[in-house]
Design a protein around this ligand. Structure first.
Ligand SMILES: C[S@@+](CC[C@H](N)C(=O)[O-])C[C@H]1O[C@@H](n2cnc3c(N)ncnc32)[C@H](O)[C@@H]1O
Length: 246
């Protein structure tokens, strides 16, 4: 039976939560949390100032908060933050690590829905999460939730994996090979076995056309598609979105 998103991410949280959120900072917890603020300055602040100006009275949602390094950055800027994650083990660790940030409400989810009322959020944010979602159906479900919870005048900044037809074909092929075979190959390459299944590898990268179609179906309008300065060029993008009718 396929491992569920929750089982897989709970196993990663128990094994080494910092490593599976950001493998480069496994040995440096302070650096790991500092990196959240550094990246917020790099790619979040420019979008917030273009889309809103002052956000100090607004409510932000983070999808896939992990240990909460970006939830902290959001709490330094917004009036309230709801931070959700499919892994209740990750959420427990995030709560323990962020006691100094009482503005953040951490919630575990089913990985497809957001436990907030319709049109209750001003800003939705997600970084290094949609790239791990195991199918385009799960990505579409999450985008629909973003479209549902955003208020008129709200905006979202969603980080997605992108790629051309060859890379997309490679992912389709990789997803045909059983996770047990991937685990053997990973071990041979000195990689961790918990990076062997589709909840780590993720669905095939998205083309621009697929992003436009999925966002349109979710009731969202693309304001900008921005390059990602934190990954190899062309492999990720930030999608800035607003409700389609706004
Ligand atoms: C690589 S970590 C990134 C965490 C955080 N965004 C950061 O950059 O610090 C991916 C996180 O997304 C969560 N996640 C994966 N799939 C998810 C889904 N469908 N819905 C919500 N959270 C998800 C995982 O449990 C994990 O905490």
């Amino acid at each position: 039976m396929a491992t569920t998103m929750q089982e897989a991410w709970n196993a990663r949280a128990r094994a080494d939560a910092v490593f599976y959120v950001e493998s480069q900072h496994a040995a440096d917890r302070d650096g790991f949390f500092a990196r959240g603020e550094e990246r917020a300055v790099l790619f979040l602040d420019p979008v917030l100032s273009r889309m809103f100006g002052d956000v100090s009275t607004l409510h932000a949602l983070e999808i896939g908060c992990g240990l909460g390094r970006f939830s902290r950055a959001l709490a330094r800027r917004f009036g309230g933050v709801t931070a959700v994650d499919v892994s209740d083990e990750m959420i427990a660790r995030a709560r323990a690590a962020n006691g100094a940030f009482p503005l953040i409400r951490f919630r575990a989810t089913d990985g497809e829905t957001v436990p907030l009322p319709t049109q209750s959020v001003d800003f939705a944010f997600s970084y290094e999460v949609f790239q791990h979602m195991p199918s385009h159906r799960v990505i579409e479900a999450n985008l629909r939730e973003v479209g549902r919870v955003l208020r008129h005048g709200g905006a979202a900044l969603i980080h997605v994996r992108t790629g051309g037809p060859w890379l997309r074909a490679l992912y389709v092929l990789a997803n045909l090979i059983p996770s047990s075979a991937h685990a053997v190959l990973k071990r041979l390459r000195g990689k961790r076995a918990l990076t062997s299944d589709p909840t780590w590898r993720g669905a095939p990268p998205l083309s621009r056309g697929q992003i436009e179609r999925m966002c349109g179906a979710a009731g969202l309008r693309i304001v900008e598609l921005l390059p990602d300065p934190t990954h190899a060029p062309g492999t990720r993008a930030f999608v800035v979105l607003t409700p389609a009718e706004a």
